[in-house]
Write a protein that binds this ligand. Sequence first.
Ligand SMILES: [Zn+2]
Length: 520
Amino acid sequence: MPDLCQLSSLGKSREGREVHLLTITDFTTGHTDDKPAYLIYGNIHATELSGTHGALYTGRQLLVDYENSALLKEMVFYIIPRINPDGAEFAVTTSGPIRSRTDRSLLEPNTLYPEDINGDGLILSMRQEHPDGLFVSDPKDTRLLIRRKVDAKGPFYRVMPEGKLYQWDGSDNISIDGRGFDWNRNWSYDWRPEPEQYGAGDFPFSEKEMRYIGEFMHSKPNLFGVLGYHTGPAAVLRPPSTGSDNDLDEGDVGIMEDLARVGAKYTGFQIYPVVKYHGKKSKDINLRGHFHNFGYHHLGLFVFEFELGVIENSAGITTEEQFAAETDEDREELQRKLMNWWDNQTERDPIYKPWEKFQHPQLGKVEIGGFLRRHIAGPTLWDLAKISEGTYKFTLEHAGKHPKVTLEDLQVDFMGENIYRIRLRVANRGEFPTHISNKGRNLRRLRPVRLEFHPVDGVKLLSSQGHYTIGHLGGITGSRLLEWFVSVPEDKIEICEIRIFGGTGGNTRELLKIDNAKRI
Ligand SMILES: [Zn+2]
């Protein structure tokens, strides 16, 4: 088996960890920049660790299935399993709350910063009796907290993450966690600052690790598909992330819907445009600086995200049921259902730790316990393996539609004297056109097909034109027939080299010789 996988780094994270990149292709069949490319990334959100595994599962399976598939010969897969290694490290080691990054360089007064204060290695939740407490213990399941009602009896609890307060003035006016960053709001398309968009960062791609992936994507004009892995309620997500389908090209919407259906078929998940991924009664969401609009409007590609599920999905509570829970009572009922399911598992992750009394150095008497975020943020490992098999199959189908620019019907004909006629056809036999989407047709990023005709020394081009900018080629049947006349000295066998560029990775070159020339 040839070399099929290389590990490299896009650079170091803010805290000095490598942001790993896997390049998976048959390296003996051409340079990676000459092949169509498909990018998969995961774990942009820190606690969504299953995203890393989903991405790695596909990487491993591509290698396992190498013998049965032509894909790795024709194209290249890039996999960034963990775009956010610092956030993931925090989530893995502490189970603490974090979106992508929390700014700890500028601590704010009266703010609670998550920290393991009882020395059990975990950052869980703290509850403290307080007259204004919003929660009471659930009489049906005392492990849980439910919303306090008007006529509720105490004790009443206020709830916050386990941690310590910075420069606390002793008042009840406590903020939680300082400034947070959501890197999936830090892409460049339609970026908006806070407070218009929570977690946006200082400017598009202001976060270092996001800059790596943004620059990587823009450095690869051969990129034709991108897939991001997340772990929200199980779903196949497609653009748009703001507005509605009316803002997209109609034909493109049809194709992205067809592709999303492939994802739904293999995973059993429902399809949601990002704007519709919300509770039943909520307004449509508008996520600014989000991946989907970036991928479609800036890259011109059909891009998707898989939400691999949360622990509720593993407990048999579907995404639709989760979204249908509108009231506190609805949500509390789902929590009881979750605990009931968990109690009946023989093999299970530790998703919950009982409340334990603790003397907080600032707040006094508290209790620490509750859910382990790192385990409830994703499906169970057993489910993850099954789901990842489905998302892998989706990627095979999506990637299998790559543009495939080829040289066909090569013909060298002897015309008499020293004159030869060369004919060939440049064709795209892949399913996607070389501009991928209609949106991509006019973007500079997706390069049109260009052919260069380079005669060897002594060979003279008699036609008026050698090079051709062919433009984009449609899928499967897009082709162009070209013809040149040359005069070739007696002693020459080689005529010219044909080089093809652009076309989303259809780079190829071929040396033409007169050996097989026919006399006509
Ligand atoms: Zn996410």
